[in-house]
Write a protein that binds this ligand. Structure first.
Ligand SMILES: *[C@@H]1O[C@H](CO)[C@@H](O)[C@H](O)[C@H]1NC(C)=O
Ligand SMILES: *[C@@H]1O[C@H](CO)[C@@H](O)[C@H](O)[C@H]1NC(C)=O
Length: 248
């Protein structure tokens, strides 16, 4: 999840930069830059179906993961298991509600809304929490009305060859509704439904009650990671990279 966030942010930044330069050469204003960024993002959504082979990024819409081990331990609770045939739907089905570029502030404000970001998988789990339970079956989970909003501030340096720097990434995540349909958590249907409700509540609270925490984690962890990825590249290099003109 963290690496996915990072890739998405880096691509988004690249897209924004490409758009900014393009309009600067056309002597565009902030409004037209915003609309070019929106167009680039719309194009990126389409491209997500095929992935970005040049960056080693596989098709992301849907995103398929054949197998993954899950090992999770917290306090009393231990989950060992695996998921197979994971399919994540909706990564490219977001609505761009706000895209607002300001040259003076070196800031891009954004708001994206995902109607449904969902996942289906087969799971096998060995859960221990004082007791011990082995379970397997199918699972469906969805985040509905997922809203991601915030801003990115950056500096470009004075010279064309100065490296591009991300100064602040503000990301606020809110989820409208969480759907959990994990089969076979219990052999009793009513209890199974209850367990899923607990999971829905837990995920919903984890996301909605930790907005500040997540925002500060992203800013403190992702900002330097983005800058690491960008390295000493200047705006010009970044654009070449994104538009395919570069050698790396
Ligand atoms: C899963 O997400 C996709 C993309 O947003 C959506 O079209 C589909 O209806 C969702 N599936 C379910 C079962 O909600
Ligand atoms: C539910 O889990 C039990 C225990 O692992 C397993 O024997 C059974 O086959 C599972 N049922 C389904 C429908 O997957």
């Amino acid at each position: 999840m963290k690496s996915l966030t990072l890739i998405a942010l880096t691509l988004a930044l690249g897209v924004c930069q490409a758009a900014i330069i393009e309009t600067e050469t056309l002597a565009g204003n902030d409004r037209s830059v915003s609309s070019i960024i929106t167009d680039k993002l719309e194009a990126m959504k389409v491209q997500m179906a095929d992935g970005f082979p040049r960056f080693g990024i596989p098709p992301m819409a849907p995103l398929k993961v054949s197998h993954r081990d899950l090992n999770y331990e917290t306090g009393e609770m231990r989950i060992m298991g695996q998921v197979d045939d994971v399919v994540i739907n909706g990564l490219n089905e977001f609505e761009i509600r706000v895209m607002d570029y300001s040259a003076i502030l070196s800031r891009i404000k954004y708001e994206f809304n995902f109607a449904s970001l969902n996942l289906t998988t087969q799971y096998e789990a060995d859960v221990g929490a004082g007791y011990h339970m082995e379970r397997k079956g199918g699972a469906f989970m969805a985040l509905e009305d997922l809203n991601i909003a915030g801003f990115i501030k950056y500096s470009t340096g004075l010279l064309p060859s100065s490296s591009f720097r991300v100064k602040q990434i503000d990301v606020r995540v809110k989820v409208g509704k969480v759907v959990s349909k994990i089969e076979n958590l219990s052999k009793y249907r009513i209890f199974n439904r209850k367990l899923n409700e607990v999971i829905e509540e837990f995920i919903s609270l984890t996301i909605n009650d930790n907005t500040e925490l997540l925002a500060s984690w992203i800013d403190s962890a992702v900002t330097p990671m983005c800058n690491d990825l960008i390295g000493d590249r200047s705006l010009k290099d970044l654009i070449a990279l994104i538009t395919g003109g570069g050698s790396n």
